[in-house]
Design a protein around this ligand. Structure first.
Ligand code: SAM
Length: 325
């Protein structure tokens, strides 16, 4: 069996990334080995060291959600089961197709058995919607609680999954941006949510001055709590990014992929000459960079781009890294 050998203090972070990428193998347990942990995987992941070794499988009845439900659901129902889901802290958020509505409590209970770190299970009632990009949820098993603490890049973040946007799938992207930051930069995070981009950067670069702007008062309340929890010095501003009038920033992050283009004027004014702007957009998966570039005004030069994450069958979230000329 193939395992990734990861330093213990990075283990939870990598495990979350593997779940999000559907690369974690649930058939085998995670094994502790001195200062490392060995995580069973379906394939190589990034540049992490891979170890091939024999290991004892988990008891088969709890190996996967599907297997643990095979005596409860019919063959047809098992085929309808959506086996990928998000785990944020100790909360799992699942999709239950209409055909499985009557079985949702059983599915939630099975998930609690398979994922020992999950204590609360909710089902999605809507897509991320509205100005605050929040999803409607309904409780199906475990504790009926929507507040949790999620750990990423060595940072604890408290949040309420029903009151503020959060995505574990952007964890890798947050690490990528933090790696690009240079000493003593002045950084602006627009659409900051509960603060993940600002917090991950602050952890890696305590000498940077960071300002984070967010409209949703509940998200700002958690962001301020997270700043205090991690003892960082980040300026958190509650308000509309359209009204932001600060200037002289070296780096600006714009994670509002459905409408970031409406705020490019604010970002360009806030940016110093030669500043970097990280701009996120959801676009068709064919020619995503060309699609996203259509909304970019002259005066911003593209230096690199990548797919930050798949979004749906034919859409992707792309990030454009641009320099102000
Ligand atoms: C896609 S979420 C990203 C949140 C956070 N950066 C993250 O990665 O978890 C976009 C965020 O922008 C906020 N938002 C939407 N319109 C805004 C505006 N005009 N000014 C400031 N924040 C806004 C929403 O409330 C939401 O929290």
């Amino acid at each position: 069996m193939r395992f990734l050998k990861i330093l213990k203090n990075q283990g939870e972070q990598v495990r979350q990334e593997l779940i999000a990428s559907n690369l974690l193998s649930n058939d085998y347990p995670i094994i502790a080995e001195g200062q490392f942990i060995l995580i069973p995987v379906k394939s190589h992941y990034k540049d992490y060291a891979v170890v091939e070794m024999d290991a004892e499988k988990r008891p088969p009845q709890y190996a996967t959600l599907k297997e643990s439900l095979k005596d409860i659901l019919t063959e047809e129902q098992l085929n309808d089961l959506v086996t990928s889901f998000d785990i944020i802290g100790d909360i799992a958020i699942v999709e239950i197709p209409e055909s499985l509505k009557s079985e949702e409590n059983q599915i939630g209970k099975a998930l609690l058995k398979v994922h020992k770190n999950v204590n609360c299970v909710f089902k999605k009632l809507s897509a991320m919607e509205g100005e605050y990009r929040i999803r409607k949820l309904s409780h199906i098993a475990g504790e009926n609680r929507t507040e949790t603490t999620y750990r990423e890049h060595g940072i604890d973040m408290k949040l309420d999954v029903s009151k503020a946007y959060f995505s574990v799938r952007l964890s890798h992207e947050r690490g990528r941006i933090a790696d690009l930051v240079k000493p003593r930069e002045k950084i602006l995070v627009l659409f900051a949510g509960v603060g993940p981009f600002a917090l991950v950067i602050a952890k890696k670069h305590p000498d940077c001055r960071i300002t984070a702007v967010e409209l949703n008062p509940e998200a700002v309340r958690y962001m301020k709590e997270n700043i205090a929890l991690n003892r960082f010095n980040i300026e958190a501003i509650e308000g509309d990014a359209k009204q932001f009038a600060g200037t002289g920033y070296d780096r600006i992050i714009m994670p509002l992929p459905h409408s970031a283009h409406e705020f490019l004027d604010v970002a360009i004014k806030a940016a110093k000459p030669r500043a970097t702007i990280h701009y996120y957009a959801i676009v068709g998966s064919e020619d995503p960079v060309e699609n996203a570039m259509q909304k970019i005004p002259p005066g911003l030069k593209l230096v690199s781009s990548k797919i930050a994450r798949p979004y749906s069958a034919d859409l992707v979230q792309v990030v454009l890294d641009m320099i102000k000329s």
